[in-house]
Design a binder for this molecule. Structure first.
Ligand code: GAR
Length: 196
């Protein structure tokens, strides 16, 4: 039985790339990537095209309102009839139309140990707070910002001399592994999302 995954990204797409490679070597169980969608021109789009993945772009500027963009995104994702949607570095909050359609099957990965440091600057915020450990979290998406039910977490110690860039890179090493594990678990049924 196949299990189809759509990934949403806004940045370099290294998490999405890790998922593509994991699926190719059979590390995600029956899960395979159907498409990658972006909300802005970004390296993730080129990466996905190079990998031979279907892509779609849903830019807010092409829609009269945020609600229209949200519906446009839901429509673009629906084309692929995904079993799972993964927000992997997608830097935009998913709206009501999207969540009504896909909220029961959408997860997000975040570079902090939620509920600590939600939002767009999680790594910077953890450094500024002076904590000694941060990490990453996979969670189901709800209407809040990084607030849905937590599925998995990995801790990453903060090292002396860490900058936002060095720390984020170390977090992403764990984040890629966590994401592969979570997608495989969901596809195999060993992890279940609340409400499914
Ligand atoms: C990841 O660390 C992801 O958690 C973060 O963006 C990075 C994407 O990396 N997302 C957020 O901060 C969302 N709040 P990538 O572009 O290399 O895949």
């Amino acid at each position: 039985m196949s299990y189809s995954v759509v990934v949403l990204a806004s940045g370099t797409g290294s998490l999405a790339q890790a998922l593509i490679e994991a699926a190719q070597r059979g590390a995600t169980g029956p899960a395979s990537l159907a498409a990658l969608g972006v909300d802005r021109p970004c390296p993730a789009l080129d990466m996905a095209k190079t990998a031979g993945l279907a892509t779609f772009a849903v830019y807010p500027a092409d829609f009269p309102s945020r609600a229209d963009w949200d519906q446009g995104l839901a429509k673009a994702v629906a084309v692929f009839q995904p079993d799972l949607v993964v927000s992997a570095g997608f830097m935009r909050v998913l709206g009501p139309a999207f969540l009504e359609r896909f909220g029961d099957r959408t997860i997000n990965t975040h570079p902090a140990l939620l509920p600590n440091f939600p939002g767009a600057h999680a790594v910077r915020d953890a450094l500024a707070a002076g904590v000694t450990t941060t990490g990453c979290t996979a969670h189901q998406v709800d209407a809040g910002v990084d607030t849905g039910p937590i599925i998995a977490q990995r801790a990453v110690p903060i090292e002396k001399g860490d900058t936002e860039a060095t720390l984020h890179e170390r977090i992403k090493v764990q984040e890629r592994l966590m994401l592969i594990e979570v997608v495989a678990g969901l596809a195999c049924g060993t992890i279940r999302l609340p409400g499914r």
